[in-house]
Design a binder for this molecule. Structure first.
Ligand SMILES: NC(=O)C1=CN([C@@H]2O[C@H](COP(=O)(O)OP(=O)(O)OC[C@H]3O[C@@H](n4cnc5c(N)ncnc54)[C@H](O)[C@@H]3O)[C@@H](O)[C@H]2O)C=CC1
Ligand SMILES: CC(=O)C(=O)O
Ligand SMILES: [Mg+2]
Length: 554
């Protein structure tokens, strides 16, 4: 007797004939439902769960039980569901990961298993992964060192690779490298799933990382590796160390740099302040802050400014105040590039002092600290923009994740700028409606999150068979995203496409990233293929991409 085919991927949509041929008759309810009906049931379940975590757990079960339905939902209801599988809910999930755990969903490689990295990689049950997101859990969103609990981030980011860029779910590989943790709560938690030990010294972590990268390239030579949420020093170090040796990029430095550049291009157009007159204060000088500032410097130099003149447009602030050369503390290497020398020996300790001194037109927050954009800070920003002339608008990007770490809320930003703000946040805020005498005015926020670029960068690198991820590929992703808004989005004054259109944007990003790979000589696709596309243009390349991406049908 033939055994039943237990691959229930199609859920309730099997026809009676398929049920007979697969011996499924009676194993699933009798009704036959189309995709719409199955999505309706799942949405009802999600909407009636009380907490974000409950909704996440339901979705996570669905991902395991009916992967196509999970991704159909995530693609078709991105605005509602992305915040559940990604920031902000994923932050709560990471905080409680060891308690919520029911089944493995990633590779967990501890520093005690250094000799077995290749075996562990080969144990992954799906053949030839194309994209890996790896973290060591040392800086998870703005929540600090979560150790192995940080694995929720690679899992969440890879779900977005599938939903936003159509990489097949079985081609994605989430990895957490467990080097111990500095998190006392985790260390004291009897259920903690990671090594119950202090994080090992940096040189040891680096040696482990060297071994991991070598093993990953050896076992999966075609796989692109995305570094995610490594604390800043390691983030910069690993990127420098591996970028010319392996196919890899750092999402927090490069992905965030690209996404903020794209938003900044749109914001400058709306601001009424010419690009040459823009002056930018960055609150936060970590991997994201410095990564973004460097990407923007590249934009200015491409527009003809000298590197020094471009750099002079940026004032970076950290916990000790304005980053200056003569501040008297030992600056971390990644901050030195932006250290100011024009402060005449004066040190500016608070953000208010910096704003008073700089008179910025744009304020970017990457501090992982809630509320640092206070009313007086935001009003001072507005005043400095207003002083430049009528109709000018301040650019305010509180980009830290999750929502509990945002530098200010959308409502505050709108209220404190009398509605003039051009706003983007890392995690999503709702639109905000204000009643003005007899009518209502609705303000629309933007989500400035690297989800708009990393899926397209990864997809572009994979499809171009890129041997490296070059700076031009990253830069191009920003330019492509900036150009991907439709007429309605432009009309609404948005600076990013609506999140429901992230998949359209990813295809554009992937196409341009592929072309940049070809220009940089790192695409290993056949020359004839490129010549054909050159003849037929972007439409042919888009067709090629669309034919290769996962679009779940139920
Ligand atoms: N929107 C997006 O797509 C992304 C957002 N992020 C967010 O950016 C934040 C920072 O990430 P990293 O740069 O990697 O962290 P990090 O820890 O390396 O850097 C944080 C920086 O903020 C400074 N800082 C902290 N509190 C401060 C305060 N009260 N006043 C002034 N400066 C303060 C620190 O001195 C440091 O320079 C995180 O919340 C992360 O979630 C990161 C990547 C992408
Ligand atoms: C979005 C992201 O990569 C972060 O907050 O770290
Ligand atoms: Mg990150």
């Amino acid at each position: 007797m033939a055994t039943a085919d237990l691959s229930y991927r199609q859920g309730l949509s099997f026809t009676p004939e398929q049920r007979i041929s697969k011996n499924l008759t009676g194993l699933i309810p009798h009704v036959m439902e189309d995709s719409k009906k199955q999505c309706e049931r799942a949405l009802k379940m999600i909407r009636t769960r009380q907490t974000g975590i409950d909704k996440y757990l339901y979705l996570s079960t669905l991902k395991r039980e009916n992967v196509d339905l999970f991704y159909r939902l995530l693609i078709d209801h991105a605005k509602e569901l992305m915040p559940l599988v990604y920031t902000p809910t994923i932050g709560d999930v990471c905080l409680q990961y060891s308690t919520l755990y029911t089944r493995p969903e990633a590779l967990y490689i501890s520093i005690k298993q250094r000799k077995s990295i290749r075996t562990i990689l080969r144990n992954w049950p799906y053949a030839n992964p194309e994209i890996c997101v790896v973290t060591d859990g040392s800086r998870i969103l703005g929540l600090g060192d979560l150790g192995v609990n940080g694995v929720g981030i690679p899992i969440g980011k890879l779900a977005l690779y599938t939903a936003a860029a159509g990489i097949r779910p079985e081609k994605t590989l989430p990895i957490v490298l467990d080097c111990g943790t500095a998190n006392e709560t985790n260390l004291k938690d009897p259920l903690y799933l990671g090594l119950r030990a202090k994080r090992v010294p940096v040189p040891e972590q680096q040696a482990f990382m060297d071994e991991f990268m070598e093993a990953a390239a050896d076992v999966y030579p075609d796989m692109v590796v995305q570094f995610e949420d490594f604390e800043s020093e390691k983030a910069f170090n690993y990127l420098d160390r591996y970028r010319n040796k392996y196919k890899c990029f750092n999402d927090d430095i490069q992905g965030t740099g690209a996404v903020v550049l794209a938003g900044y291009i749109g914001a400058v157009n709306l601001s009424g302040v010419p690009i040459e007159e823009q002056r930018l204060v960055f609150m936060g000088a970590g991997s994201a802050g410095v990564g973004v500032a460097k990407q923007l410097v590249e934009y200015y130099t491409k527009r003809g400014l000298s590197e020094q003149a471009a750099k002079d447009k940026f004032w970076l602030v950290d916990t000790k105040g304005l980053v200056t050369k003569d501040r008297g503390d030992k600056l971390a290497d990644h901050k030195k590039y932006f250290a100011r020398t024009d402060n005449n020996g004066h040190q500016f300790r608070t953000l208010e002092e910096v704003i008073e001194y700089v008179k910025p037109t744009a304020l970017v927050g990457l501090t992982a600290t809630f509320g640092v954009f206070t009313e007086s800070v935001v009003r001072a920003l507005k005043a400095s923009v207003d002083a430049g002339g009528l109709g000018r608008r301040p650019i305010l990007f509180p980009l830290s994740n999750p929502l509990s770490k945002a530098e200010c809320t959308f409502e505050q930003a709108v209220t404190w700028t009398d509605g003039t703000v051009i706003f983007a946040s890392g995690s999503p805020f709702s639109q905000f409606t204000v009643k003005v005498s007899d009518h209502a005015v609705t303000y629309y926020p933007n989500q400035g999150n690297n989800v708009y670029v990393f899926p397209g960068i990864g997809l572009g690198a994979i499809l171009a068979k890129a041997s490296r991820v070059t700076d031009n590929m990253i830069y191009t992703s920003a330019a492509a995203l900036a150009g991907s808004l439709n007429a309605d989005e432009i009309h609404k004054g948005l600076i990013y496409p609506r999140i429901e259109r992230v998949r359209d944007a990813s295809i554009i990003v992937a196409r341009e990233v592929m072309k940049a790979a070809r220009r940089d000589g790192v695409s290993q696709l056949a020359e004839e293929q490129w010549l054909e596309w050159e003849e037929w243009g972007d439409l042919a390349l888009d067709k090629y991409i669309k034919a290769r991406i996962y679009d779940p049908q139920l």
